[in-house]
Structure formats: structure tokens, C-alpha cells
Design a protein around this ligand. Structure first.
Ligand code: CA
Length: 229
């Protein structure tokens, strides 16, 4: 099994407030993000070739986004780029696409729209990593590799922990009883008891806490377990 990694995004944006807000949304959606606040830093970061996608503002101090893009392409860097254009600047769009941008987005934009563009670019790049992930709150689980992600961090779970979390994520909003958990994970004819479930829930809680996740496993006495944020 090939290990799944999170997609890494470089966002070059001089409006720091906006950069932080978008960074937060991207992290919540299981991307890892680096920010650069001017064109020179943006180009330096981009040339490290560590990124899967670059979001590049056009109006930037020190070096504008089009020049950054042209320089990247001149140096043979093929990382997909989404250009952020000012509203109504159709000329920017044309120059941008001619310079090797893969997509553009006019400011101001909805976060949802940016996320849709990122997914489309990722698909085009043939990286379907996100389709394997089950997410809830700020965490994402890959049930195939047993990796649990939160932001930049990840933890390898045991098979039982992963199965337990998968069950809780798939039943979000619903309290899952101990007997259901035992039946689904250990099998209906197993000898497992509530205490087994409690132990695995406590392991999983520790890992969520170590990842600083906002996700909590709430126990409802006599009923079962439910995920909460
Ligand atoms: Ca700007």
C-alpha cells in the first residue's frame, strides 16, 4: 500500500488577513499550506518544488504574480498554478493563462470555489489522495493506511482504532452503541465486551489529544459513543 500524504499548497498573498483566513480553510480541508507574502519569497518557495499546487496573487510587492509565474515556467517548474486576479482585470487573465497558469480565480472569491478548483486541479494531476480520506472536524482518516491526520501532523493507528474511528465518522450525528461497535469490529460471535471498547476508545482519545484535534469522542452512559467537535 502506498502511503497517502496530504497535498501541499503554497499560497502567495500579501494581504495577510486574507492569507491567514484561507490558510485556515485549507488546513481544515486537509491540505498542508505554506504562505509567502511577497513575490520574491513566493518565487523562492515555489522553486523548492515542494508543492503540489500554487495559489498566486497577481498584485504582489517586490515581484508581481505574472513575473513569478513566468520565471517559474522558464526554470522548468510545472507545478499547477491558480492565479488570483483582481475583479474585472480580464487582461490579467489572458496574460496569466498565456504565461502558464492552469486556472484563475477573480477576487473576492468564496472559499468553496477555491476548494472546487483545487480538487479539479488535483484530479487533473492524477492525485486522488483526498478521495481515500474520511474526514470529520479537523481530522482525516485513511482507513486503508490507518493514518490519522490533523493539519500537518499524523498518527498511525492500530487496525481496531482505525475501524472504531471509521465507524464513528460514518455514523456522525448518531450515538453508536457498544454492542454495535463489538459486532462491527470484533464480530457478532466474539467474546469481546464493553471493556474492550472502552480501552480502544481511550487509546483513540489519547491520539486525538496528542494531535490537538478539536474532535472528541463523547460517551453517553448506557447508550454508546458519538463524535463531537
Ligand atoms: Ca495582492
Amino acid at each position: 500500500m502506498i502511503g497517502v500524504r496530504l497535498m501541499k499548497i503554497l499560497y502567495v498573498e500579501d494581504e495577510k488577513y486574507m492569507a491567514r483566513a484561507i490558510e485556515k480553510v485549507l488546513r481544515k480541508n486537509n491540505y498542508t499550506v505554506d504562505l509567502a507574502f511577497d513575490g520574491e519569497d513566493g518565487l523562492d518557495y515555489a522553486l523548492t518544488d515542494l508543492y503540489d499546487i500554487i495559489i498566486l496573487d497577481i498584485m504582489l510587492p517586490k515581484k508581481d504574480g505574472i513575473s513569478v509565474l513566468q520565471e517559474m515556467r522558464r526554470q522548468g517548474l510545472e507545478t499547477p498554478v491558480i492565479l488570483l486576479t483582481a475583479k474585472g482585470e480580464t487582461e490579467d487573465k489572458v496574460i496569466g493563462l498565456d504565461s502558464g497558469a492552469d486556472d484563475y480565480l477573480a477576487k473576492p472569491f468564496q472559499a468553496e470555489e477555491l476548494l472546487a478548483r483545487l480538487r479539479a486541479l488535483a484530479r487533473r494531476k492524477g492525485q486522488l489522495v483526498h478521495d481515500n480520506l474520511l474526514s470529520y472536524g479537523d481530522i482525516a482518516l485513511n482507513p486503508h493506511t490507518l493514518d490519522l491526520f490533523q493539519g500537518d501532523r499524523s498518527f498511525h493507528l492500530t487496525l481496531k482504532e482505525s475501524q472504531l474511528l471509521e465507524l464513528l465518522i460514518k455514523n456522525r450525528g448518531i450515538t453508536v452503541s457498544s454492542s454495535t461497535i463489538i459486532e462491527k469490529i470484533w464480530g457478532y460471535d466474539s467474546e469481546a465486551e464493553d471493556s474492550h471498547v472502552r480501552v480502544h476508545v481511550s487509546f483513540l482519545r489519547k491520539k486525538l489529544a496528542l494531535l490537538d484535534s478539536e474532535v472528541k469522542i463523547q460517551s453517553i452512559r448506557g447508550v454508546g459513543y458519538i463524535l463531537n467537535v
